[in-house]
Design a protein around this ligand. Structure first.
Ligand code: HEM
Length: 457
């Protein structure tokens, strides 16, 4: 069986007009046209995986038959051959080497630094102040990533880490936009100066320079600081020498690319939802306030907040477009895919399918009450993907986001600014165009129990 072609294809342009105007809506609209359908980026065919079984099959069951595909070919010249872009044995070796940084114990050791960074930012807000939450989250999460993974104890101190984080955040946004443009548009158009190609290259070069400096500085001091660079330099059974400087640099870039804007965008959406639903803020605050001193934030200790984030990742999944490429002819859901076929899957459209999520556009953390991913068809909830390329930072990200939410809601009620309508911008990720929010302190007389669930007897 071959995959049907999605309706509305234009000669030469294929489905680019629809993708230019309403990207997510277009992908949503092709879901009813088959388990796998073909769309065209100009004249280039791309197979869209609609059925959860197809996503599960490609990401997990038959994962060895797929490479990461076009999106990552475009990213490689910008960010090198790190964990998100590399393939096969080299990828396996690098992933194994990085894994210790993402073990639960390592993440637990980062919670103190994460909390300090969040608290410092949040404590500086003033009652009634309007905060550009999207920009503040972007800065905060980049600084957190830089501080926890790359420079836990830099000799030049926290201010230098914060400054590095800020520089990284700025270049990163530009590079991600360049990768997105290069993926959806044919190369001659994507590389035109009118689309800012030089700016993307300059930002990538600046980012590379920052990573080179971080690696050089870390090499000068061979003590094990317990951060990611120390882990990269340490030998492993598969690679007793540890990583070279060039490999370590590429891994830094991969982790920055994968780990900063994903969490900051998800947190922005989380705050947007809290702004619209003050009762959820009160429930999260009650739960966080009851967290015993020293207890680690997690699904077991903050179950409602965890459910809330799970729902944010369902409805506002930042990665709306991910890709794979068939390395050999392969059959998925009865559809024959030729060698070299480019595939797309979108967690956003999957997570909004009414077949798996009744009333899918309603934001409701309690839809996860007593329900786990295992109660859904495999492949239907994939915020962190599946298989050998599953997000290595899933637990790290959830911990960071719980820490930040706790810091914000324990002091502030974030409210939308009157007259401002938040609109999604769909580029490399789906992010709010701007998220100004007014922060008000909680009234002195605490509101008491707000739901039976967070009542402490
Ligand atoms: C809410 C936050 C996050 C989301 C939604 C997310 C989502 C994802 C997804 C969907 C993938 C798979 C991409 C694919 O299939 O091509 C992925 C991969 C990856 N993520 Fe995350 N991620 C998040 C945060 C993080 C963080 C904080 C880090 C690191 C500190 C990280 C590091 C990575 C890496 C290294 C990969 C590539 C893994 C590999 O190919 O072996 N992510 N992430």
């Amino acid at each position: 069986m071959t995959a049907p072609i999605a309706s509305g294809r234009f000669p030469l342009l294929g489905h680019l007009p629809q993708l230019a105007v309403k990207r997510v809506e277009f992908l949503q609209s092709v879901r009813s046209q088959g388990d796998i359908v073909r769309i065209f980026l100009g004249t280039r065919p791309v197979f869209v995986l609609n059925a959860p079984e197809a996503v599960h099959d490609v990401l997990l069951t038959q994962s060895r038959k797929f490479a990461k595909g076009l999106l990552f070919d475009v990213a490689r010249p910008f960010i090198g051959n790190g964990i998100i872009t590399s393939e096969r044995d080299f990828h396996r070796r690098q992933r194994r080497a990085l894994q210790p940084a993402f073990h639960r114990d390592s993440i637990a050791a980062f919670v103190g630094t994460m909390t300090d960074i969040a608290e410092e930012q949040v404590a500086a807000w003033r009652p009634g102040e309007v905060i550009a939450m999207d920009l503040v989250m972007r800065r905060m999460m980049t600084v957190m990533l830089v501080a926890t993974l790359f420079s836990t104890e830099r000799p030049d101190g926290a201010a230098a880490v914060a400054e590095l984080g800020e520089q990284v955040a700025e270049h990163l946004t530009t590079v991600m936009r360049g990768v997105f443009v290069g993926t959806v548009l044919p190369a001659p158009i994507a590389s035109s100066p009118a689309l800012g190609h030089r700016k993307y290259l300059a930002a990538a070069a600046a980012l590379g320079e920052l990573a080179d400096t971080a690696v050089r500085q870390a090499r000068l001091d061979p003590t094990d600081r317990g951060d990611l660079l120390s882990i990269m330099f340490a030998g492993t059974p598969g690679n007793p020498q540890g990583m070279t400087d060039a490999e370590a640099r590429d891994e830094l870039l991969s982790l920055l690319m994968a780990g900063a804007e994903t969490t900051s965008t998800t947190l922005s959406w989380a705050l947007h939802e809290l702004g619209r639903r003050p009762e959820l803020t009160r429930r999260i605050r009650a739960e966080c306030d009851a967290l015993p001193e020293g207890a680690l934030p997690g699904a077991a200790t903050l179950p409602f907040t965890d459910r809330f984030l799970r729902e944010v990742l369902r409805l506002h999944q930042p990665n709306w477009l991910l890709m794979r490429r068939a390395l050999e002819p392969v059959r998925v859901c009865g559809v024959e895919l030729p060698q070299g076929a480019e595939l797309v899957y979108s967690a956003v459209t999957m997570h909004r399918d009414p077949a798996y999520y009744p009333d899918p556009l309603r934001f409701d953390p309690d839809r996860w009450l007593g329900r786990t991913e295992k109660d859904l068809p495999p492949g239907a909830y994939v915020p962190f993907a599946l298989g050998n390329r599953k997000c290595i930072g899933d637990h790290f990200a959830m911990t960071e986001m719980l820490v930040v939410l706790r810091s914000i809601v324990s002091r502030w009620q974030p409210r939308p600014v009157e007259g401002h309508r938040v609109r999604p911008v769909v580029q490399a990720l789906i992010r709010p165009d701007a998220l100004p929010m007014r922060v008000s302190p909680w009234p002195a007389d605490r509101t008491g129990p707000v739901s039976p669930e967070c009542t402490t007897p």
